[in-house]
Design a protein around this ligand. Structure first.
Ligand SMILES: NC(=O)c1ccc[n+]([C@@H]2O[C@H](COP(=O)([O-])OP(=O)(O)OC[C@H]3O[C@@H](n4cnc5c(N)ncnc54)[C@H](OP(=O)(O)O)[C@@H]3O)[C@@H](O)[C@H]2O)c1
Length: 275
């Protein structure tokens, strides 16, 4: 038996889907360690949850873009007598625009956060997660199912997260570890402003509230599901790539991103049905 207490790590816990996930885990009795850069937001949430659940979540101020971030989280947990039972890799961001015109450094940082940090944190505690019969929840996206001209690097990072997580799901099943990919469509959070999407530019019909996304994610993870796509409309869109030729899919995504892209409101391309 371990002398360490099991904890659920949630990255990107200071806003949006991450905050909602912290609430759900805390309300189900998990001890939670919140990871992000904004202290005030996390402290407020920790205080609110301490009152409601009688257990105060831990606040870890960590910039996951730093190469030593995963080691710092491990060090902090050790110091508090904690070891991971569940790891929720939620921190991430996207950028709208043509890849060749967006800042290259920012796009590489997106890969570091959405892919590199997520991979490190998914692999780092596999023994402790197995020992506690826990799991890993990786936040991918509807974007992971298709190529994303107009948000090329972001879609590619989420395709990685989806593929990696599904593979890990199979590999870790035998150890009794649950591994789940969460693939939300549009969720009204700070994500859109960070990505450069202006208010009103997105159609709202596919919107799912962060609270509902988090509740479905928690249920799906605990049930050992490989994949969760919250919302009926989002589920339908996630099936489209199975039936539509890749050329048409690329064109359709490009049109929809192009409409939102302030620099390139209309893309001068026609669909090419050949894949
Ligand atoms: N909203 C959507 O429509 C949507 C759809 C599909 C998938 N997703 C995915 O859902 C996840 C959560 O996004 P959200 O919608 O909740 O957006 P959000 O409100 O902008 O939250 C992003 C979170 O990531 C954290 N973060 C960003 N950079 C970080 C860094 N360098 N180090 C540590 N933490 C960092 C932020 O915290 P700090 O700024 O405090 O560090 C924040 O807590 C992302 O992976 C996103 O790709 C979102």
């Amino acid at each position: 038996m371990s002398i360490f207490k099991p904890v659920t790590i949630v990255t990107g816990a200071s806003s949006g889907i991450g905050s909602a996930l912290v609430r759900v885990f805390a309300e189900h009795g998990h001890e939670v360690a919140m990871v992000a850069r904004r202290e005030q937001e996390m402290t407020l949430l920790a205080s609110e949850l301490a009152l409601r659940t009688k257990v105060r979540p831990h606040v870890l101020l960590v910039d996951l873009l730093r190469a030593d971030a995963p080691a710092r989280i491990a060090h902090e947990l050790l110091g508090r007598g904690l070891e991971p039972q569940f790891v929720v890799n939620n921190a991430g961001f996207g950028l709208i625009g043509q890849a060749t015109e967006l800042d290259r450094g920012e796009q590489l940082a997106m890969i570091d956060l959405n892919v590199r940090a997520l991979t490190d944190l998914s692999l780092r505690w596999s023994d402790s997660i197995a020992r506690h019969q826990g799991g890993i929840l990786n936040v991918a996206s509807l974007a992971g199912f298709m190529p994303g001209p107009g948000m090329a690097v972001y879609y590619a990072t989420k395709a990685y997260v989806l593929s990696f997580t599904e593979a890990l799901h199979e590999e870790m099943k035998a150890k009794g570890v649950r591994v789940t990919a969460l693939c939300p469509g549009p969720v009204p959070t700070g994500f859109q402003a960070r990505a450069g999407i202006r208010p009103g530019e997105l159609p709202r019909m596919l919107d799912v509230a962060p609270e509902r996304v988090a509740a479905e994610a928690y249920q799906g993870l605990m049930a050992g599901r490989a994949l969760i796509v919250p919302g009926t409309g989002t589920k339908l869109v996630s099936w489209v790539p199975r039936f539509v030729p890749r050329g048409i899919l690329r064109w359709a995504v490009m049109q929809s991103q192009g409409r939102r892209n302030s620099k390139d409101s209309i893309w001068p391309r026609k669909p090419s049905p050949r894949a």
